[in-house]
Every structure is written in C-alpha cells, then in structure tokens.
Design a protein around this ligand. Sequence first.
Ligand code: ASP
Length: 263
Amino acid sequence: MTQSLLLVSNSTNHGEGYLDHCMGEMLDLLGARRRLAFVPFALFDRERYASRARQRFAQEGLEVRAVGVGRDGVSTLEWADAVFVGGGNTFRLLKTLRDADLLSTVRRRVGEGMIYMGASAGANVAGPTIRTTNDMPIVQLESFDALGLVPFQINPHYFDPPPDTTHMGETREQRLLEYLEENDIPVVGLREGSWIRVEHGHARLGGARPARIFRASATPEEREPGAGLSDRDGGRRVAPRKRMTHGGPAATASAARGTSQSR
Ligand code: ASP
C-alpha cells in the first residue's frame, strides 16, 4: 500500500452535520490540495448529492467537480488531487463505476498519488470486494470485485447488538463470521464515527470508537483508535458478545470459531 486513503464508516454522525466528524481528518490528509472529485453514484439523485457535497466542501475552501458517467468522468479524475466517494447503496455504486468504466482510472490515479477518500459505501469499494457491505443487492452485478486499494474488507456502520435485545436475526458479527467461513480476507468492523487512514504503507485507525477485526479461524479483536491495523499487539482479543441466537448460546460459540450452524 503506497497510496493515501481515508476510509470512513459513516458520512453523518448522530447529532452532527454532513461529514462534520471526519472533516478535520480529511483536511489534514489533503494538506494544500484543493481539487476534489466527488463520486455521487451510490445515490439515485446524483445531481442533488453532488450539490450537497459541493456546498459542504466549499465551506472548507475546496473546489469540487462531480464525476459523471460519460467521458468527462475520466477527465475529472485526471484533474483532481483527491477523490471522495459518497455513501449510499454499495451495489449501485460499484455497478455504476464499472458500467462507466472508471474502476481502472480510479486505481491508476490513486497509484499516481490522487488521495482516495470514501464514506460507507465509498469505503466498501476500496476493499478487494463488496461482500461485507450491509446493503441489499438492488441492482445486478457481474462481479463483487471492487477497487482492491487495501487488502482488507470493510464493514461500515459496524453495530453491536444491545445486550438485552430480543431480536433473533443474525448479528453483524455472525454475518461477518459467515463471510470468513467462505473467504480468507480480514474484515474491519468500523463503528460509526471511526475511520482508517492509510499512508506510507500503514493503515491506522482513527475516530471515536474501537474497531472490531475479524480474521478467518481467529477470535475477533477489538482495536483502539490510534492503533495500526497490522500491529499484531495493538489489538485486544475478546470473546464475541454472548447473546441468544437462533440456536442459543452454543450457536454463538460455534459462530465464534467460524463454524456457525445457527441457520
Ligand atoms: N449503505 C451504507 C452507506 O451508507 C453502506 C453499508 O452499510 O454497507 O453507504
């Protein structure tokens, strides 16, 4: 990883304005760079989304151009010092990027030094695939392969169930352990208010909350803001939260070993 990236869990924190919680980190990463390409493909109304982003970044003195699906998409990415990929539906975002033939341009520009920033769906597509999104597949995709700018998957808006919940559907943790039964790529469960900043080949956690790291055949780990993702000793190994599932506590234990039988 030689590129610079900021992968944010969510674009709006409860009780705050659009991007307020991570704007300081974005500006710090941008430094003197002022030309920002905005990718609005994750929402249906791209124009409205682009104007929202333009207004927000204008407050910080940034010049924003929306990336379009035509040939101008490539020229906007050539012009930009940085790209910000907005959140929404991850399947729609990836499909539109692929249909507009922009995946390779984004990869090339990031390799050339264009900063990549993405929130939520925009963070999901930076990983090898979008298999750990929370979204519904509202459009058909030929492949879940994404940009592959980082070697780990992201699960944004990572959510711990309230201890006294009576909800019987799978927890987020169970769903990610199911992913790891079939795939051997680590997943970062990124709680709201948090992000991963990648620079000089190092990925570091930031923001308000610890992240939960999932690896195949390993107990999930809690990792605090400030820790590196590859610091083997930076994480706190903790047992998965105990709660009744479809199959009761035994199913929770088997899910923790990555062998969930709970459905
Ligand atoms: N729908 C989310 C977003 O806000 C992405 C996700 O939850 O996977 O972009």
